[in-house]
Design a protein around this ligand. Sequence first.
Ligand code: NAG
Ligand code: NAG
Ligand code: NAG
Ligand code: NAG
Ligand code: NAG
Ligand code: NAG
Ligand code: NAG
Length: 653
Amino acid sequence: MSGVSMSMLIGNLLLLLMLCGASIGAPRTFSVDYQKNCFRKDGQPFRYISGSIHYNRIPRVYWKDRLLKMYMAGLNAIQTYVPWNYHEESPGLYDFSGDRDLLAFLKLAQEIGLLVILRPGPYICAEWEMGGLPAWLLRKKDIVLRSTDKDYLSAVHSWMGKLLPMIKPFLYQNGGPIITVQVENEYGSYFACDYNYLRNLTQLFRKHLGDEVVLFTTDGGSAFFLKCGSIQGLYATVDFGPGANITAAFEAQRHVEPNGPLVNSEFYTGWLDHWGSHHSVVSTDAVTKSLTEMLEKGANVNLYMFIGGTNFGYWNGANEPYSPQPTSYDYDAPLTEAGDLTKKYFAIRDVIKKFHKIPEGPTPPSTPKFGYGTITLQKTETLLEALKKLSYSDPVKSLYPLTFTELNQARGFVLYRTTLPYNCSNPTPLSSPLNGVHDRAYVSVDGVAAGILERSKIITMNVTGKAGSRLDILVENMGRINYGKGINDFKGLVSNMTLGADVLTGWTMYSLNLEQAISKGVLKKSISSGPPQTPTLSSPTFYEGSFVIPGGIPDLPQDSFIKLPNWTKGQIWINGFNLGRYWPARGPQVTLFVPSSILKTTTPNHITVLELESAPCTNGTCTVEFTDTPIIGTTHLDYYKPISRLFSKKNLL
Ligand SMILES: *[C@@H]1O[C@H](CO)[C@@H](O)[C@H](O)[C@H]1NC(C)=O
Ligand SMILES: *[C@@H]1O[C@H](CO)[C@@H](O)[C@H](O)[C@H]1NC(C)=O
Ligand SMILES: *[C@@H]1O[C@H](CO)[C@@H](O)[C@H](O)[C@H]1NC(C)=O
Ligand SMILES: *[C@@H]1O[C@H](CO)[C@@H](O)[C@H](O)[C@H]1NC(C)=O
Ligand SMILES: *[C@@H]1O[C@H](CO)[C@@H](O)[C@H](O)[C@H]1NC(C)=O
Ligand SMILES: *[C@@H]1O[C@H](CO)[C@@H](O)[C@H](O)[C@H]1NC(C)=O
Ligand SMILES: *[C@@H]1O[C@H](CO)[C@@H](O)[C@H](O)[C@H]1NC(C)=O
């Protein structure tokens, strides 16, 4: 008896040991199989169907909800960029806290059952301020970004020396979710074509991440883009949207990679927007048709974007000729900016279902939205009245204007002040002859709004005033160029201003930190009404108001959208959180996403608006409106029909 039970026990122990051995010792591997033209995961052929989600565009409290929805759509992987300038705002000062906690995001993805394709740059494009590069790189005026420029590379080495060791434990072979890591981004679209740069990055990534991890590049799906984008040692993949010739695009990849998996690293589910253009949409049918075709070919596909999210604060980028992107990065993706399920979501899920087993169970529902109604705001101070409280350092004096970078400021606003050198009793042209207003200037004389200058659009205006009158030029960085040659995008007054035939001199410059001033609540209700403004244009002015989350309604606070009817252009904060830019006067975006995570139930919620041009107020009182329905654009177009003629990556070279 005891012999039998003893042998059973030993047998069980052996079995247990074997199982443990299997789970501890079996290597987690991920590699390219050049014979079978596929990826291999733990030795088995593997194909990913992935979706892009940028953690930096979604409040942290919503990461889990969005990732779960992606998992339930049948995706087995996600793809994200890492924006360098979001984590290293000043050289050597790193921020991975709160909404910037990349490792927490990676852990969450893994817990949910999603693999990760990581794209750490250093350059990322992404319709993000300066393509993710920190603006402080421009302290070297003639720096050649994305090349073997000594100072650029040395900054890249410092940053990657911080980032890559952090993510190393998260590589698949080390027990984490990261299966592949992209080096640079669409480098073949950049003029520099510096192979030594790509070689240097390859060595750098290998040094920090080891020899095993699959490193890859992504370029447009044609020989033209792959030429400067691909290099020995990095697996070349392509990107293209619906409507592209799939056969031709993958043939281009095959030209560089005769063997290995077919990969579309950015299959466009939608497209980006610009202020002043129509909202882009791509039809669900076009997306599902191309997706089906690619999956039938056995290709690996990443859907860019699966959820676009929001450019909160000042984080949007811009294209050339200078054209900034709006606050919403909805992208017409299968999950909306606010994470809601769409017809496109379910249609994509139905396609994936035909190829892969998809998880059973309910999909998390769209988060409920609530319209908090119409809120009254009061005019507080003008920006000029509040100037001392808004500038975070002493003003800087200089004969000629200095750029944001020279003033050690990356984003937001700088006030440039000088005086009129002579009487301008007749309208006198104030100009930036070299188109050096980057990007928009709100001009006042003695506190009275005089006009607006805008990069590449309005380079001259008239002023009148007496000799010695104060000339104030508030300059807004509307987002640095994120693609093409123009990424060395200096901000502020980047060349001289002229008045008549004279160069203006004797400037005083105020770097502004609005976030700090607003969160400290230093703005005061206007005592004087200030100098009278014209009915159509006022000097930039703050407005404030508050609202209480109603009681007796379950599950509040909920997400919302804020609308600024008849307001013109500006920036809006709720409880000190910078929601982004609004510009209904130009469109297409009309509402801004208000995540419930920034709202409070215990105290009134505080709204601050900086209106740069003209607010729809009577006697200093005006309104904003919370609604449960987003309006991010009214006109719909398929990008690959009319828009490809207006705007394509090729045009931007
Ligand atoms: C890469 O660039 C760094 C920084 O300039 C330099 O120290 C290193 O020698 C370069 N590596 C190669 C292989 O060129
Ligand atoms: C797509 O490209 C392939 C290969 O280059 C070509 O044979 C085919 O005619 C193209 N199809 C269309 C519809 O242009
Ligand atoms: C400017 O005009 C005022 C009168 O409006 C006059 O008193 C003054 O002398 C003028 N200054 C110059 C520099 O011309
Ligand atoms: C400036 O004023 C002059 C003279 O009144 C006028 O001819 C010109 O059109 C004005 N320029 C602008 C940009 O308003
Ligand atoms: C402004 O003009 C002066 C004199 O011509 C020149 O030395 C200076 O570099 C210019 N500054 C800018 C920012 O263009
Ligand atoms: C906005 O302006 C339009 C046209 O002037 C007006 O009809 C409408 O009532 C205004 N809306 C608000 C909320 O002020
Ligand atoms: C605005 O103020 C003026 C003068 O103080 C007053 O007569 C008028 O009724 C006010 N208008 C509104 C809409 O409150």
